[in-house]
Ligand binder design. Structure first.
Ligand code: ZN
Length: 173
């Protein structure tokens, strides 16, 4: 399928703050969205990419397991739900919608996710480490949450200038 590399929206775009809607049907448009998400994620060298990051308000995200040394092709999950988590690890995190901003975020070490695959079949996936982190980060996106939201006031105020800069360029484009 021909895929288009889409523009990734940045911090300041209201679409990143809205809760994405459930996918109700596997249509050619949805398959197109999945292809675009994967292509855009790969072009941006991201671990994952949520649909609202390309201004599509559906509960879909793409994941590239190879970035976490898991030997599998990139894929999309639809309507993902968190089933279980275990442990806690702190690790530096970034986001394609927040270029140049990184910080330490605590996340569970292991996650189990229930979702539909691109064909609409139910799947359950267990992941650890960086891949688990990517799942949780993308799941947050679908709920309008960004990784900087959990940082303390001190850290937030230190990055305020950078955030304002990203916001200014986003609202101009
Ligand atoms: Zn992100």
């Amino acid at each position: 399928m021909n895929a288009t590399i889409r523009r990734i929206v940045r911090y300041g775009n209201p679409v990143l703050r809205r809760k994405a809607k459930l996918v109700t049907q596997i249509t050619p448009e949805l398959q197109r969205l999945c292809a675009d998400l994967k292509a855009t994620m790969l072009a941006a060298e991201g671990l994952g990419l949520a649909a609202n990051q390309i201004a599509e308000e559906l509960r879909v995200f793409a994941i590239d397991p190879r970035c976490a040394d898991v030997d599998a092709e990139p894929y999309c999950l639809l309507n993902p739900e968190l089933v279980a988590t275990e442990g806690l690890v702190e690790r530096e995190e970034g986001c394609l919608s927040l270029p140049g901003i990184y910080d330490i975020v605590p996340r569970p070490e292991m996650v189990r996710i229930r979702a539909l695959n691109e064909q609409g079949q139910p799947v359950e996936i267990e992941a650890t480490g960086l891949l688990a982190r990517a799942f949780l980060h993308e799941l947050d996106h679908l709920n309008g949450i960004l990784f900087i939201d959990s940082l303390g006031q001190m850290k937030r105020s230190l990055m305020e200038a950078k955030l304002k800069q990203i916001e200014a360029t986003e609202t101009q484009s």
